[in-house]
Design a protein around this ligand. Structure first.
Ligand code: PLP
Length: 386
């Protein structure tokens, strides 16, 4: 029989799936895959339920239902001072993942260069390659994960179509500084390129930090595609409701990709997310302060066990070096070991790099109930300290 697509054939099952399966088989607490405990805010869920019975359940507008597009425009203004016309500059997608795919399929011509920053969320590279793009990597390394001008200069050229920027960043929990964002903006402008900004963790920042969309920097409004996710903002990862904010001329081609991929997103979930985005500041503050408590609990617990824990300023992941524990093996072996022996699952950070390198770090997810985190720490303590 004829071969299937070559790019996709080269990828196996994702490490998240592999570790989650191993966790299940071993009765392990899964701190590998990133999904919150619980069932999201009850009022948001109720709106979705009510809409199913009282709303219109046929194909909604391809661009998204007007109340959600308006809510996304309002939140852009409320948090970042961006003036957005919800009727033409916002599109609803089936999750951040589809927003990324639609943006990349819309912008990339075969042979275009695409700047990717490692460690890298797993869906970026296959989509870039499937769209015919040529990836140019910048590697950020622990403990600081800093982005330098020379690293940008080494990958940007006249062939660069776009940079994919994830801030706050999964898996390393980095929040790009204003200086780093300014550097990126200067390269994007200099090389007449675009920035696809994966900002799904925009409301999950800690230590008093505020999220700064690249789009708010001078000259960036017309070059940025800003992506958000209700899955992250409302701890409802299974809903897969995302949204793109971009100037009309950029959003138009992306809408064309979207119309041939998913076309639309369940209307009851859209209505509930529109309601959710209109919640008061208390909701957003409690979301980040609750997660910050979980971060501290896990970070302190891991430190006490002997891990070297990296700073975590955003997202719901924490990375830690396990070498001080004396484990002799790489990160994947360590993850398998703790899943099987200690009954706690994590994911290896090397899976977020092409071609290895950093192989002594693991990523733990802390968007879990405090009692789940304490139980996981207890299991690790019993395993490593007897
Ligand atoms: C960096 C990043 N981008 C995008 C997504 C996907 O978002 P969604 O679940 O809305 O598709 C995730 C989910 O884990 C993520 O970590």
């Amino acid at each position: 029989m004829k071969e299937f697509n070559n790019v996709l054939r080269s990828y196996g099952t994702t490490i998240f799936e592999v570790m989650s399966r191993l966790a299940q088989e071993n009765g392990a607490i899964n701190l590998g895959q990133g999904f919150p405990d619980g069932n999201g805010p009850p009022d948001v869920v109720r709106v979705a339920c009510e809409y199913l019975e009282t709303g219109v359940n046929q194909y909604p507008s391809m661009m998204g239902i007007p109340p959600l597009r308006e809510a996304v425009a309002n939140i852009n203004k409320r948090f970042y001072g961006l003036e957005i016309d919800g009727s033409v500059e916002v599109m609803v997608t089936s999750g951040g993942t589809e927003a990324l795919a639609s943006s990349l399929f819309a912008l990339i011509e075969p042979g275009d260069e695409v700047v990717l920053i490692e460690p890298l969320y797993d869906s970026y590279l296959p989509i870039v390659r499937r769209a015919g793009g040529v990836a140019k990597f910048i590697r950020l390394e622990p403990p600081n994960w800093s982005l330098t001008e020379s690293s940008l200069a080494s990958v940007f050229s006249d062939r660069t179509k776009l940079i994919l920027l994830n801030s706050p960043m999964n898996p390393c929990s980095k929040v790009f500084t204003t200086e780093e964002l300014s550097l990126i903006a200067s390269f994007v402008s200099k090389y007449d390129s675009y920035a696809v900004c994966d900002e799904v963790y925009e409301h999950l920042l800690f230590d008093g930090l505020k999220h700064v969309p690249l789009m708010t920097l001078p000259g960036m409004r017309e070059r940025c595609i800003r992506i958000g996710s209700a899955g992250k903002t409302f701890s409802l990862t299974g809903w897969k409701v995302g949204y793109i904010t971009a100037q009309l001329n950029l959003l138009n081609p992306i809408a064309k990709a979207h119309q041939f991929l998913t076309f639309t997103t369940p209307p009851n979930l859209q209505a509930a997310v529109a309601y959710g985005l209109s919640k008061d500041d208390h909701y957003f503050k409690t979301l980040s302060s609750g997660l910050e408590r979980c971060r501290d609990l896990l970070a302190n617990g891991l430190k006490n066990l002997g891990f070297e824990v990296m700073p975590c300023h955003g997202s719901y992941f924490i990375t830690a070096d396990f070498r001080p524990l004396g484990f002799e093996g790489n990160d994947e072996e360590f993850c398998r070991h703790i899943t099987v022996e200690a009954k706690v699952a994590a994911v290896p950070v090397s899976a977020f790099y092409q071609g290895g390198g950093v192989d002594n770090f693991v990523r733990f997810c802390f968007c879990k109930e405090e009692k789940t985190l304490m139980k996981a720490l207890d299991r690790l303590r019993k395993h490593f300290n007897g």
